[in-house]
Design a protein around this ligand. Structure first.
Ligand code: CU
Length: 201
């Protein structure tokens, strides 16, 4: 269950209670109308913005460790050139400086190989792998990528505050939008996962 869902449920309950307390008894609602038998099935929405799942980020404050589940090709968005269903920096992972970061990478794409590394924010977007911004902040086989269903775990210490990218090193994928933001913050006390406003991309 996502946090956003929890909040929506809470608000709905509050408004129901307020309505019961303040309004006279309402007349019984009209019987629900049966939908026409010939109604076509509703098409699945295709333009919905991706949702953040709270389970992607787990936090151990005692050991100052943030563990992030990074899934390449989670959805069909951008021909599966996405991480967790986000492309072009649409998702920002924030960790406090000097925390330990564990990125559990899985390639969920049934077609293409993918990889991941943390690089400095650079413009223009590189066409292939760069040296990682932190020692060992990369999967194996950066250029070739990991095949469908393959996993690798990245561990590093976020020792310098700044703005970084989580970037697929398979040539062309980053350029096509397969990257997220990683912010290493000198002021934040807790890791967070946020959707990035289009202005911040
Ligand atoms: Cu890729």
């Amino acid at each position: 269950m996502t946090r956003r869902f929890c909040v929506l449920v809470g608000m709905a309950m509050v408004s129901v209670r307020a309505g019961m307390a303040q309004n006279p008894p309402a007349p019984p609602p009209p019987p629900p109308q049966a939908p026409p038998a010939a109604a076509p099935a509703r098409p699945a929405p295709t333009t919905q913005s991706p949702q953040i799942d709270c389970n992607w980020l787990s936090v151990d404050s005692a050991t100052k460790t943030a563990t992030f589940q990074l899934t390449a090709g989670l959805t069909a968005l951008n021909s599966a050139l996405n991480f967790n269903g986000f492309k072009d920096g649409g998702l920002t992972v924030t960790v406090p400086v000097n925390w330990n970061v564990v990125i559990q990478f899985t390639n969920h794409d049934g077609m293409l190989p993918h990889s991941a590394e943390v690089i400095d924010t650079v413009k223009p977007m590189p066409a292939g792998p760069l040296d990682p911004a932190f020692p060992r902040a990369m999967t194996v086989r950066l250029t070739q990528g990991l095949g469908s269903g393959e996993k690798d775990t990245i561990r590093f210490t976020a020792s310098k505050a700044g703005s970084y990218l989580i970037f697929c090193g398979v040539p062309g994928h980053g350029l096509a939008g397969m990257w997220l933001h990683l912010r290493v913050s000198a002021t934040d006390k807790q890791p967070t996962l946020t959707a990035t406003s289009s202005a911040g991309r």
